[in-house]
Design a protein around this ligand. Sequence first.
Ligand code: FPP
Length: 237
Amino acid sequence: MEKTAIPRHIGVIMDGNGRWAAKRGMPRTFGHKAGAKAFRRLVENCLKRKIPYVTVYAFSTENWKRPQKEVDAIMNLLGEYLDEAFEHEEENKDICVKVLGDIAPFAPELKEKICKLEEQSKHRTGITVNIALNYGGRDELVHGIRSLIQKVNEGTLRAEEIDEEQVSQSLYTAGQPDPDLIIRPSGELRLSNFMIWQAAYSEFVFMDVLWPDFGEKELDEALRQYAMRNRRFGAVS
Ligand code: FPP
C-alpha cells in the first residue's frame, strides 16, 4: 500500500485549554483564548506544509453542559475568528472554511458569520479548514441516515443502493477524504465522538502537550510519527 509522508487530511482534538489555564491560576476562558491562537498557528502551519484538509474539534454536542460563561467565551472566540477571516480576505485567500455540525441552535449573528465566510471562501483551493461546531460523530451519522431515508421516501434512492460511499456522502465531510491522521494533545487517549465514521483507518498520534502549547514543533513531531506508520488498510504489506 502506498505510503505518503504528508497526510491529505488531519483531524485535531484541541484538548487541554482548561488545564493550561489552571496551571497559570487563570480562568478556563483564558485557556480557550490561547487555544484559539494555537488554532490560527495550526492553520498557517498546515498551509505551509501543503496539507489540503484540516478539521478541528472546536465545540462538541456535549460541550453545552459547560458553564454558560465558558460556552459564551468559546462562541465569542469563534465569532472573532470568523470576522477576522472574512475581513482579511487577502491574507486568507488560500483558506476555505467550512463548519461541520448542526448550527441550528446558534445565535443568528454567529450563523450569519458562518454562512458569509463559507460563501466567501468556498472556491479557495490552498487548504480546507473544517471547524467542527456543535458536532458529534453519532449526531452526524443520525443526520446522515435521516437524509438517506428521506431520499428513499422521495423515491430518489433505493434502500439496496445504500452502501459505504452513500453513507460517507451523507456526512458533513461529503466530498472530502477521510482523515489520515488524528492528533489528540493533552494526554487523553480517547476519540470523544470525533469523526467516528471517517476515522475507520486513521492513524492516531496522542501527545502530552496541552493544546495552547501546540505549535510548529509539535505538528512536525506528529507528522514524523505518521510518516513512520505502515498503513495497510486491512491488506498485507
Ligand atoms: C477542550 O479543552 C477545548 C474546547 C472544548 C474548546 C476549544 C475551543 C477553542 C480552541 C477556541 C475557539 C476555536 C476557534 C476555532 C477559534 P478543555 O477545555 O476540555 O480542556 P481541559 O480538558 O484541560 O479542561
